[in-house]
Design a protein around this ligand. Structure first.
Ligand code: PEP
Ligand code: MG
Length: 321
């Protein structure tokens, strides 16, 4: 029952053998905020900001700050990772132009780099917030597909910092900058990108659709949408290995992290930070608390050698039982 399920929330985030892990919340709407505490999230690993963007006031600096402050306050003293607007694809602005391939189109960072006012306003809001809550805010960039996008974004960040300095506004000069790994090119080049950023966050929802060329929202081909495809798993491993070369942390914030046995498998790969919808936190935590790292590593090794999604699914089903 519900009450029993939440007992796990009070327990330390450690595996059976004592290895630490970090479970955080994916947040999109203000209604979700109370569950950060009740479900034991240690901060927000992914704040989707499209809700505010799609409101009439979304472009407004104060309206943004107000939204972000509510999320940070609801997170106690824990960190909050704010993702830049990820408009385009399945998250369309009302007056969006029609594109023949929206998922391969003007989306996320691609759009932001062309819409200077939108980007500047959001960066400014996030940097101001970082001054109000030192050490607690991180910045995450969606839909990155090449290094140059990060280089360009950094130029924008430098100008924002100059502007804030000239206004005597406080901000965190070392605000951690992270990249969503959700396009295969980024996973493949993770070892080169890792030196440009402070962390990676793997978005398995988009990584699955782009790796398998399967639209995540198209019901006709939904059976082909296989997050447990070994190809997706291979890209997750490459991302982790790339990150390890520069010692930057990796989070998984896609749906995969919310499936307890998949979470165990990710942990077996050395990915100890997972961010998910709050309702999944207790069951994932209980899975990780009740198994040892060596069991999870064995699972991750077996999954790495699999040839098909079915093989991966049956390995996961057999885990821990
Ligand atoms: C993802 O793609 O896995 C992700 C977490 O981002 P979104 O679902 O918002 O596209
Ligand atoms: Mg995504």
């Amino acid at each position: 029952n519900y009450k029993k399920e939440l007992e796990i929330v009070e327990k330390p985030s450690k595996t059976k053998c004592g290895a630490h892990f970090l479970l955080q919340a994916n947040v999109e709407f203000l209604e979700e905020l109370p569950r950060i505490k009740t479900h034991g999230a240690e901060g927000v690993g992914l704040l989707r900001t499209e809700t505010i963007l799609f409101q009439k006031t979304g472009f407004d600096l104060e309206a943004q700050l107000d939204f972000y402050r509510k999320v940070v306050e609801a997170s106690g003293d824990k960190p909050v990772t704010i993702r830049l607007f990820d408009a385009g694809g399945d998250k369309l602005l009302e007056d969006a132009e029609t594109e023949s391939n929206p998922f391969l189109g003007w989306r996320g960072i691609r759009m932001l780099l062309d819409q200077n006012e939108l980007l500047t306003n959001q960066l400014k809001a996030i940097y101001i917030l970082s001054g109000e809550y030192p050490g607690r805010i991180k910045l995450l960039v969606p839909m990155v597909s090449c290094n140059s996008e990060i280089e360009k974004l950094k130029e924008n960040i430098s100008s924002i910092k100059e502007e804030l300095k000239s206004e005597n506004t406080n901000f965190d000069d070392n605000l951690p900058l992270g990249v969503m790994v959700e396009v295969p090119s980024v996973a493949l080049m993770a070892d080169r990108l890792a030196k440009l950023v402070d962390f990676f966050s793997i978005g398995t929802n988009d990584l699955t659709q782009y790796t398998l060329a399967v639209d995540r929202g198209n019901e006709k081909i939904s059976t082909l949408y296989q997050p447990f495809h070994p190809a997706v798993w291979k890209l997750i491993r490459m991302t982790k290995e790339g990150a390890d070369q520069y010692g930057i942390p990796v989070t998984v914030c896609g749906e995969m992290a919310s499936k307890p046995k998949a979470a165990a498998c990710l942990m077996g790969l050395g990915i100890t930070n997972l961010s998910m919808t709050t309702s999944a936190l207790p069951k994932v935590k209980s899975m990780l608390c009740n198994h040892s790292l060596s069991e999870m590593q064995k699972l991750a090794e077996d999954v790495s050698e699999s040839n098909s999604p079915d093989e991966v699914i049956s390995l996961l089903e057999g885990f821990g039982s």
